[in-house]
Design a protein around this ligand. Sequence first.
Ligand code: PEP
Ligand code: MG
Length: 538
Amino acid sequence: MITLQGKSVYRDICAGRLAFYGGRREIPRRMVEDPEEEFRRYEKAVREAKVQLALLYEESVKTVGEANAAVFQAQGLLLEDEEYRESVRRMIAGQRVNVEYAVHVTGENIARMLQSVEDAYIRERAGDIRDITARLLEILGGPERGRELPEGPLILMAEDLLPSQAARLAGGNVLGIALRRGSTHSHVAILARSMGMPALMKLGEGLGGEHDGKWAVIDGYSGVLYIEPDPRTLEAMEEKKRESDRRKVQLREMKGKETVTRDGKSIRLYANVGTMEDVEAACANDAGGIGLLRSEVMYLGSRARPDEETQFRFYRQVLERMGDRDVIIRTFDIGADKKVPWLRQEPEENPALGLRGVRLGLEHPELLKTQLRALYRAGTCGKLRILYPMVTSAEELRRLRRIEEQAKEELRREGIAHAEKVPVGIMVETPAAAVLGDMLAKEADFFSVGTNDLTQYTLALDRQNEKLECFDDPARQAVLRLIGMAAESAHRAGIRIGICGEMAADPAFTETFLRMGIDELSVSPGMILELRRKIRES
Ligand code: PEP
Ligand code: MG
């Protein structure tokens, strides 16, 4: 038995035969007589690729939603990239080589260059360049883009998967994905999660082609891939799978039940989401509303700044799907570890203490105004609430409200339909916001506690540094005291307070939060039913 440790993106167990995907043949280099004719073949292939991507986009919208399918739209734009086209043209004209070779070399060069960039999001675009390159080569009659898959339950094994391959291959008899590289932020990871498919990233060099055809098990709870598991491991995995299924069935009984404590206090149990697929998962798990829509997810996934119309359509879709349930949309929390390639941010000595959240919005008011216009327009389609991240003072909130007023004023002048009044809240995720809770509660319509950042800033523990985990005060006394202060301030001012950080889902804190009178808990969709059970027992 071989045991490989990776990073899991979905918690479940699956077993199947490993099927190696994506072996490519060498691309031969040939001299051509007529470079112009050769370049025309390139332009024809680009046109065909665009048609294919447009079709793929339409199909994927139906299966994985607009936000995830957008990757194929973006790949269509990449096909128009001047740098790519020029490189192919120069190679064909200068070296008189065949178009397949020029495309292959160009694609690899650009992908390698992107991979060497420090920014993780830009690095991941290398996968898209390889994807369009493979597509062009296929159209040009080059190597196959993989192979037909065998029958029976399979775990797809590859160096990395291109987004279009994942969309095409997943489902059917593919039950899991095991990648040598891959990233938990990648589109493949997002697709796997939205399809509820165990997938492991970063399994490393041990995942070689020699394992093709061998029986394997993915443990998506611990992130381990067992190749040719011994009978004891197999038995343990079968038991874990049964337990996993049992828990899912038991939890289903919680659907449709009210979220009330034993003494009859009703709690709002909401979901944290980033994409339309998460919203679907929230509905499937019976969420009472959306407690945190991390709007930056859309920004992080785009190669260009998302325009007002794109944002408006997304927010409207979420609001319409949720009907009369609350939808709390947080304005973009970009900065610190969440950088976007299209916004030049100066390097910072301490990014977590730098320009992030509303600070970035106040630095780039036009960016925030575009989002607020989209939000106020969508506000007519459901029960929208707007949430500001990283607020530290009432003055900051006033500045934000002035930008809101400008956005509404513009919409009014342009005669564009929009909501006049949308409740506006702040994230309590800096100690300053908790300490100044009484002042902020006079100006905000609600509070939502971000315990992930509140812990980081209160205990001075960088949330990205796994070495600090042992310093995390297990009972988080200081953080709890700040939450208690914020709750008191909120209730004295007659406004609601919720918790949307990871602590909200931790049953060890549920009773403390209920005692504090917390009105709302917002957790990832998969945790809702479990937490409902805990609340009903409390
Ligand atoms: C938090 O800080 O607790 C939070 C919910 O926001 P994020 O994790 O997106 O920073
Ligand atoms: Mg936060």
